[in-house]
Every structure is written in structure tokens, then in C-alpha cells.
Design a protein around this ligand. Sequence first.
Ligand code: ADP
Ligand code: TRP
Length: 321
Amino acid sequence: MRVLSGIQPSGKLHIGNYFGAMRQHLQLQTEHNCFYFIADYHALTSNPTPADVAPYTLDVTMDYIALGLDTKKTVFWRQSDVPEVTELTWLLSCVTPMGLLQRCTSYKDKVAQGMSPNHGLFAYPVLQAADILIYNSDIVPVGADQKQHIEVTRDIAIRFNNNYGQIFTVPEEYIIQSVAVVPGTDGQKMSKSYRNTIEIFEPEESIRKKIMSIVTDSTPLEEPKDPEKCNVFALLKLVASPDELAEWESRYRSGGMGYSEAKKRLAELMIDHFKPFRKKRTELENNINYVKKVLANGAKHAKAVAVETLARARKAVGLGT
Ligand code: ADP
Ligand code: TRP
């Protein structure tokens, strides 16, 4: 089975990205043929500062390798190193009904949040479909927010195949459901765009400070507290053992426990969770050439697949000789 997913290089990766997506990507490596890429063409839809695009791409690559990407087995590359995908986007655009894109909620949400409604942002799902179809993907692990884009991909693949013959594998989505939305320090969804993140590899002291600043309610220390309404408890669920979690739950419910005690323990557990990967992350920062080599090698493998699929699609629609 070919598993494929992409992640945008729009800032340093945070623990929401890790528990919500990366961890599952890394787990899938053991059983499947995985293709993961850094979606830098997609990131352009939010008009990033040009000087940020390449460093963020390297940051994401280093984070993945440090956290356990199997660079021998998994193909990992930068989307724009295989520009064939943009040509396929055009072929797919010509069988994509406007209404299909007009129904996409992610476009509407992003515009509502103040992003400029540029054509790239509107056509974003067609580029995503090209990413998925050009690599003959069977399974696409994504968060729930991306489910609609996989449905759009399936719809486009079926239309293309109906018009031109069996060119594309119609993929299945694999919704990553194991983790509820990870809250940020302010209690909203943790997200780079809300400035409420705890980065996976930020300095330990800074992780401690951020965890101590997590928003909690004002229930007095001696009173019982509802763990399910607490942002600190939501994060404890990600890193505490089941026994320890059960103990915290009963301490919340019986009262006499202050949030700062739970936060201190959370900081300790969170720092310990990522400690084994920090050394590797630092080694990679000192060996950028190796990181670039991983991307170049990934691009070579990915390109070989992309060129072949694109040639079939071009021929099917009648381009070339
Ligand atoms: P951000 O919101 O920080 O820009 P992205 O949209 O780039 O993050 O998300 C990359 C991946 O991480 C997606 O698969 C998304 O579902 C997952 N993800 C992001 N934030 C969270 C979160 N707070 N909780 C769970 N998963 C998340
Ligand atoms: N749109 C995805 C996101 O923002 C990233 C992405 C781009 C992607 N192309 C993809 C995910 C192809 C899965 C498959 O998270």
C-alpha cells in the first residue's frame, strides 16, 4: 500500500502537529511504503516572506528525521522539487467543476480568518489532488480538517478516469482520529496562526514557561475540578501513563489540588517525552548538508514516479504525439 501525506512549511512544528499528525505518519512507516513531502507550493497561498520558505522547509525536515523518519525506507521530499505536479494540476483543473471547489470549507474558513482570497488558495485542493494522484497513493493519512480535500481528490480522479480511461488510483482517506484537537496555551486549537503553540524542539526552559502560562479556570485550590474541561489535563493525556493519568483525574475530582502542581508535572513529562530526540535534532542542525541530501534523494525517487504518471495523463488527454 502506498501511503502519502504532505505538511506545509509554515513555521516551526508544534506538539499539536506531532500528536495530531506526525506521530501517525511515523508509525505507518513500519508497515507501508510511505511518501511524505513538504508542501511548499501550498504554503505560497498564504504569501510567506520569501526568505522564510527554505529555512522552514529544512526545519520540518530536521524535525521529521529527529523524530524517527526512516530515511532509508520512506521517501521524503520537497514538493517544488518535482514541478511535474503543477502540470498535472492543470490537467486536473480542466475536469474540476467550479462548484466542487466552491463548496470547500477550508477556503471559506481561511478567507474568513483574513487570508487574501487569491486564486491559488481557491485552487489549492486541485494541487492537493495532483499530489495524491501523481504518486498513485492508496491511503492518505490526514487530520479531520483535510477530509473534504480527499473527497475532492476522489471525485476528480473518478471524473478523469471516466473521461480518459483508468489512469489514476482512487485513494482512500485515513482520518487520523487517535487524538482530539490539541489545545494551545490559550485553550484554542494549538496552531501556528494563533501564536499559542509549544514547539517540539524549543528550549526546555521556554517549554516550562509556556506550560506554566496555560489558561485555566479560577476554581479555588481546595474545590473539586473537572479534568475534561482543563487544558492542562488535555495535554497530560498525551504524555502521562494510564496509571498516572487516572491518579491525576481522581485528584482533580476530589479537590485540594492546584493547577500549578499539574502544570509542573506536565512540563516535566513533556520535556522527557521529546528528550531522546533533541540530541539528533542538534546533530542535524550541524549537518545541514546531510538534511539537504535526504531531500534531494527523496526528490529523485518521487520524480521517477511522477514523470511516469504525468506521461500517462498527458497521453490520455491527447497532448504530445
Ligand atoms: P497549523 O494549524 O499550526 O498551521 P497545520 O494546519 O499545518 O497546523 O497542520 C499540520 C497537521 O497537523 C495537520 O494534519 C493537522 O491536522 C495537524 N494539527 C495541527 N494542529 C493540530 C492540533 N492542535 N491538534 C491536532 N492536530 C493538529
Ligand atoms: N493541505 C494539507 C494541510 O494543510 C497539506 C497537503 C498538501 C497534503 N498536499 C497534500 C496532505 C496531499 C495530504 C495529501 O495539512
